[in-house]
Design a protein. Structure first.
Length: 223
C-alpha cells in the first residue's frame, strides 16, 4: 500500500506531537513534517511535497486561509484540509473559498480522521458531519442568489455580458450596441454588482457557465 504523506501545521505543540504519533501508527500514513505557523507550512510543503496538509485555523505568522490559498496556487497537486476546533460557519466558508478540500474537527475519532485523509488524498472534498449540512445550505443559497441575479439583468445588460464573454472591450461593446463607451462601463459596473462578481473575467466565466455564449475568444483583453 502506497503511503499518504502528511504535513501537520498547528501552533499547539502538544496536540501536534500527539497527532503525529497517532497518525504515524497508521500503516497507510507517513507524517513527513510538522510546523507551527502558516509561513512554515508553505515552506515545508515545498520541501517535503506532501499529499495532504492538515492546517489549523488559528496558526500564527500567516493567516490559515492565505496559507491554504498559497499552497494551492504554488503546489496544485497538494491537497489542503483544515483541522480545527472551530465549528463556525465563517471559518468553514473561508477555508473552502481559499481552496481547502477538507474541513475536519479535532474531536473526530482517529479512524474517521484516517478515512478522511485517504479520501482527501484521492481528491474528494470532506467536511465533518456537524458542518456538512451548513455547507450544502450555503451552496444552495448561493445558487439561488445567482439565479435571482441573472433574472434581474436587463436585456441590454445581457447583451453586454454576451459580448464581454466573447472578448469585446468596452470600446467594442459601445460600437456594437451604438452606445457611449462610458455607458458601456456603467452597464458593466451594474452587471458586476447584480451578479456579485469582482471583475470582467468572472463575468465572462459566468456567461459561459450559464450558456449565454458557447466560446470565449479572450476574456483577458483589457478595455
Amino acid at each position: 500500500m502506497e503511503q499518504i504523506k502528511v504535513l501537520l501545521a498547528d501552533d499547539k505543540e502538544i496536540f501536534r506531537e500527539g497527532l503525529a504519533r497517532l497518525l504515524g501508527e497508521q500503516e497507510q500514513i507517513e507524517v513527513v513534517s510538522q510546523c507551527s505557523n502558516g509561513k512554515q507550512a508553505i515552506e515545508k510543503a515545498e520541501e517535503t511535497e506532501p499529499d495532504v496538509v492538515l492546517i489549523d485555523n488559528n496558526i500564527s505568522d500567516c493567516d490559515s486561509s492565505k496559507a491554504i490559498q498559497q499552497i494551492n496556487e504554488s503546489f496544485p497537486k497538494i491537497k489542503v484540509a483544515m483541522l480545527t476546533d472551530s465549528k463556525g460557519e465563517d471559518t468553514l466558508f473561508s477555508a473552502i473559498e481559499a481552496g481547502a478540500t477538507g474541513y475536519l474537527v479535532k474531536d473526530m475519532k482517529v479512524i474517521d480522521l484516517v478515512k478522511s485523509i485517504d479520501l482527501i488524498a484521492k481528491g474528494e472534498v470532506v467536511v465533518s458531519s456537524p458542518l456538512a449540512g451548513k455547507l450544502v445550505d450555503k451552496v444552495a443559497s448561493t445558487k439561488a442568489k445567482e439565479a435571482e441575479a441573472k433574472n434581474n439583468l436587463s436585456g441590454r445588460e445581457t447583451e453586454i455580458l454576451k459580448l464581454l464573454a466573447k472578448g469585446a472591450t468596452n470600446k467594442e461593446i459601445a460600437g456594437t450596441l451604438f452606445i457611449a463607451e462610458n455607458t458601456a462601463k456603467v452597464h458593466l459596473k451594474n452587471i458586476l454588482e447584480k451578479l456579485r462578481l469582482r471583475n470582467r473575467q468572472q463575468a465572462a466565466a459566468f456567461a459561459v457557465q450559464e450558456g449565454l455564449v458557447t466560446e470565449v475568444r479572450d476574456i483577458e483583453k483589457p478595455g
